[in-house]
Structures are given as structure tokens and as C-alpha cells.
Design a protein around this ligand. Sequence first.
Ligand code: GLA
Length: 387
Amino acid sequence: MQVHPIAKNILTIYRENFGGDPLILRAPGRVNIIGEHTDYNEGFVLPAAIDKASFVAVGKREDELIMLRSEDFHEVHEKNIAALTPSKDWTTYIMGVVDQLIKRGYPIHGFNLVIQGDVPMGAGLSSSASVECAVAFALNELFQLHIPALELIDIAQKAEHVFAGVMCGIMDQFISVLGKKDHVIKLDCRSMEYEYEPLVLKGVKIVLFNTNVKHSLASTEYNTRRNECNEGVAIIKEHVEGIHSLRDVTPPMLEQYLRPMYKTIYRRCKYVVEENIRLLEACEALKAGDIRLLGYNMFATHDGLSKEYNVSCPELDFLVDHVRDIPQVLGARMMGGGFGGCTINLVKEEFVDQLTANISKAYHQNMGKELTTYIASTDDGASIVHY
Ligand code: GLA
């Protein structure tokens, strides 16, 4: 059995620093084929877990201390379980999970933890969710808490809300825990019902181009969008019965109640309502093997995110515009929360190398920055690493 090199490394570090044999767990990052900014509007998403993950090695302590060691940041932090507060560094994602467990009355005490991962940070691939999920999963195992998967997902999401201050939806944590290799999940974020769909892309690769920028607007604008959507719902609710979220809103309602007086809110809500429609069509296209139609919808998603939802940036727009008219690129769009991170591209296999070379050069020339490329492979959700 092959043990992942990161798992091996944190095992060694754990033994050297704390002694004994830890539990090792991993939780992956994700891509999202389509369905962006829909999760917190009770819509649909279509993510897949990828073969990049956060790994944690954990073991119990006899006291109330939490010793955290990051091999990515080369830092050691000591915390006391009796005094948990959010911080501005990486430990907040871990302590946010501890805080949730305590608030929910789960019996945990001190522990040692070593963490390392290969989900690129700030790339829109959910590195923070992968940390939260790996930690939630690890503490569940370590203290034998028997928390079901859906509650672990909720714990990880609330950790992000309360300790990182980002009012994220459920997509990232959900896929990090429940993802399945070679599959996407079609998740209904209202009912939390989900289906695994085989990800069959015959001769087409999922290529991620990382802008290597993360504009500081990201988290504040994210929360602002969420509020704008809620405002739209509140306005329509005054006129129409039975409206709980943008999921219940139809295009004619947007025209009638928002367009005349609320220009910005109208554009935000229009994007979300249309994105749900696009996702359902894209999902059928994927099932039917019509990757071109799927890709067409991805381009439309990008345009909506860029022009109506206003969460793109010049770097992301440049990358999507660059591939728009290339026949071997079936679809492309910005992915995740926005204001930086990656674009996701569906590219004919034989064209990947040529495209990567061209676009990297063009990106450097036009944006003055380096581009990083990843070919995404799918993987399973959170799991114990046996060694
Ligand atoms: C971030 C959030 C998700 C989702 C996406 C946008 O990744 O964590 O919940 O809202 O942005 O689709």
C-alpha cells in the first residue's frame, strides 16, 4: 500500500515532536463544474473533490492544551481549550472547529496536531474547507464522538462563519467530506438531497489556470453579495406568497419587482436565478455526454459572474477571454467565490500542452504575473489514512 508522501511526512514530524502513533486523516479541496454563488441561495451546485488535500496527524494529550504545528507555514502555536478566540492566521480554521465541538457539548480535551496540505491557498480550490473538514473528521475519530457526516459538514461550515468571518454556503465542506472519485455531486442546497453523477468527459481534461492573485475584496464582497440576494428575496416576498429564497423566484418576478427600482439587486438576483437554470441544463448535458453544451453554459456563467454578479477581476476575465474562441476549449469560467483564484477550463486532451504554453505567455505579457496550471483529477472525500 502506498502512503501519500504528505501523510508520511507528518507522521515522521508527529513522532519526532510528540511521540507515539497519531491518527492521520485527509480531506480534499474541490472544483465546481457549474453552479456558483447558488449554494447560499438554496440552489444547486455541481462540485467534485480533487486529488489535493489537507492532511492532519492528531493524538490526545493529558492536559487542556492544543499544540498546532503547520508544515506549510513552519509555525508552532500553543492554545488553551478554555480560551478560544478567532485569529487572523491559519489556526483560526482549526480553532473554529474546536469551538463548534465545544459549543455543541462534545467531550474533547487537549490534543497535538500536525497539518500539511497541497491544496493551493487562495486559489479558489477550498483549501480552508479542506482544513476544517480534515480537523472535524480527525477530532471525531480521535475522541470517538460518532458525529454523522452531515453534522461534520455543518460544524466545518460554522467554523468558517464564526472564526473566519466568511458567511460561506455549504458546497465546499459538503464535497470535501462526501466527494467520490470520478464523480460530481449534484447537490440541492435547499433539501440537502444529493446524487452522484459519473464525470465522463471523453478526451477532455479539466484544466485549472491559477491567476495567482487574491484581491482583498474577496471576503467582504462575498458577504455583501449574500446580503444583496437576501434583500432581493425580502422585496419580492412583499408581493408574492411562499417565497423563501431565490430558488423560489422566477425571471418574470425579477422583471416585475426588482428591475424598475433596484438596479443592482436586480442584476445580482438575475444572475443567481439564471445560474440555477443553467446548472440544470448543464447537468443534463453531462449525462448525455454533450460536453460542448455543458461548456457553453460555463462561458455564460462566467459572463454573469463578471458582468452581473461582479465578482470577477481583470486577471480572471483575461484568462476566459483568451480561450473563448478556441475550438479545443469547450468551456471556461472563473471558479469559486471570485476576485482571484482559478479559472476552470474543459480542454481537449491533445491541446492541453499547447494551450498552457500559449496562455501562460500571454498572461505574463498582459497581466505581468505568473500563471500556474493544474490538471484536476477527482478523488474521494475525507478519509482515514492507514499507514
Ligand atoms: C466559496 C464558498 C462557497 C460558494 C462559492 C461560490 O467557495 O465557500 O460556499 O458560495 O464560494 O459558489
